[in-house]
Structures are given as C-alpha cells and as structure tokens.
Design a protein. Structure first.
Length: 298
C-alpha cells in the first residue's frame, strides 16, 4: 500500500506542477510545427497527437502545421523521379508539386483522423483554402527552385473562426500566389508566419534534435533558455550552423513579431510537448524576448 501511495502522490505532484502553466495559458494560442521522425514512427505520432489533444482539453488553443518532407521524397523516388535540393529547399517542378500536394493532403487527413479518434474535433485545411496562405516565388540564394513559395500574407480569420467553434485546425503547407498558382511552402516558414499572424503565445517546433547546443559535439551544452540577443551572439560567433541556422532565424523573427516564446523540441522523445510546457525546467530549448521572464514563477 505504501509504495502505491508514493506512486499516486508523485502523480499528484506532477499535476500540481502543471497547474500554474495551465492557468497561465488557458485560452492562449499555441502553434505546433510537426515534422521529422515524430511523423514517420506510428507510436511517436500517436503520442504527439495525444499531447496536442490534451493541450486542447486543458484550455489551450492549438494549431498544428505539419510537414511531410520524408513522405514526399519517398513517393518521388517510388515514382522513379530524383529528389533534388538546393540550399535545403526542395526543387519543385510541376510534376513534383503535384506529388507534394497529393502526399501532404494524405498526411493532413491521417492527422485529422488521429485527432478525431481521441475525441477532439479537427479540421484539416490547406493554405489554399480561403486564401489562408498567399505566397510569391521563393529563390534559393538567387537560384530558381521551381514552385517553392515565400509567404506574403496570412488570412488568420479562418483559423480564428475554427478555434472559436472549438475545432483543432491542422494546416497543410501549400499556398497560392496572386495568379492562383500552387506552391509548396517550407513547413517551418508556414508555422512561423501563422504564429506571427495569430500573435501566438507559443510556437513549438518538433524536430529530430534535442534543442540548441553551444557545441553540438557536446551533449551537455544544451541551452534550456535563450534570449533573442543571446541567439544572435551565438550565430555571430559561429556556434550555430547547418539546418539550425534558418530555424533559429525563424524563431527570432516570430518573437520579434509578437510571439511570446518559441520552443525547439526533440520530437523523438515521447510526450516532449507536455514535458516542455508543463514542467519547471522543460526538456528542449526555449527562446524568449530579451525582456521576457525566465521561468516565471521561480
């Protein structure tokens, strides 16, 4: 009995630790960029969606923006085409664009299905719907990479309406330009633009890395919290490189445009979202305004 009681008490402590966060973020918008391994592994996929539905049920207003890079590359290869990238951007000709839209649509509806199966109403929409994401052609350092879009406008009214009606919106990163041509959008860019437009309280990136390291070769240099100034200094001093560079740039843009806090999380850790948002120390890297409060109740 004693051991069992200990177990129950520790559960109660976890819930109490979460309480100030639940109070603070009640009715607040959180944008979750969902990608990487957490989308491919069925177990992890379910855990992430469980986290998001729990956030919804305790009063958050989550919006999921998903990628699908691995799935698109897989289908492109199966169709006998060669996936090509320039500076991290997928070269998207008309044929690849068609494949990307088909694959992303399938991913989108499978996420809707999963959320619905957990008892929360979800609606999957593409950036084309209601002019949610308007884009212009994006170039990779001056190089033409085809139908890759840079977001110029977000019609947040659609998302506000869905949240108001108690739906969980799941956004597929496809947009149109002024001439109604279809473009593929980098999911990180889409999540940032949506978080900015919605003045989200939080933007969380689920990735395949633990967070931001001062030295990527040393696991003990993971940085739990980082202000925008500190992030700029790390970039200037050459600590940040590779795929983390554009991600961090996106995070800083989001914060400079009204998002309160950005989290970079390892989506391979089960329930990483809950651990980061509802525990005192979190598990990834949180990026905040220069005058943003550190862990606010400490």
């Amino acid at each position: 009995m004693h051991e069992n009681m200990e177990k129950y008490l520790s559960k109660a402590e976890v819930l109490i630790e979460a309480l100030p966060y639940i109070q603070r973020f009640n009715r607040k918008i959180i944008v979750i960029k969902y990608g990487g391994s957490a989308m491919v592994d069925e177990n992890l996929k379910r855990r992430v969606i469980e986290d998001v539905t729990l956030l919804k049920l305790v009063g958050f207003k989550p919006i999921i923006v998903h990628g699908g890079g691995k799935e698109i590359s897989g289908m492109v290869t199966r169709l006998g085409m060669e996936p090509r990238f320039v500076n991290g951007l997928r070269v998207t000709d008309e044929e690849t664009m068609e494949v990307a839209e088909m694959v992303l649509g399938k991913v989108n509806k499978s996420l809707v299905q999963l959320v619905e199966s957990l008892g929360v109403r979800a609606i999957g929409i593409s950036g084309k719907d209601g002019g949610l994401l308007t884009v212009e052609k994006k170039y990779a350092n001056g190089e033409d990479v085809g139908f890759v879009g840079e977001i110029t406008e977000v019609n947040g009214d659609i998302l506000y309406d869905l949240l108001e009606k108690d739906f969980l919106p799941i956004v597929c990163p496809i947009g149109m330009d002024k001439d109604f041509r279809t473009y593929n959008i980098n999911a990180d860019d889409a999540a940032c633009a949506i978080a900015r437009a919605m003045k989200a309280e939080k933007l969380a990136f689920l990735t395949d890395i633990e967070g931001v390291y001062k030295d990527p070769k040393k696991p003990d240099t993971l940085i739990s919290e980082l202000t925008v100034s500190e992030a700029k200094n790390l970039m200037k001093e050459g600590y940040i490189g590779g795929g983390m560079l554009p991600k961090l740039q996106n995070c800083m843009d989001a914060i400079e445009n009204g998002v309160s806090r950005v989290h970079i999380l390892d989506g391979r850790i089960p329930h990483c979202l809950l651990l980061e948002i509802f525990t005192n120390k979190g598990i990834g890297t949180a990026i905040l305004k220069d005058d943003g409060s550190r862990y606010y109740h400490e």
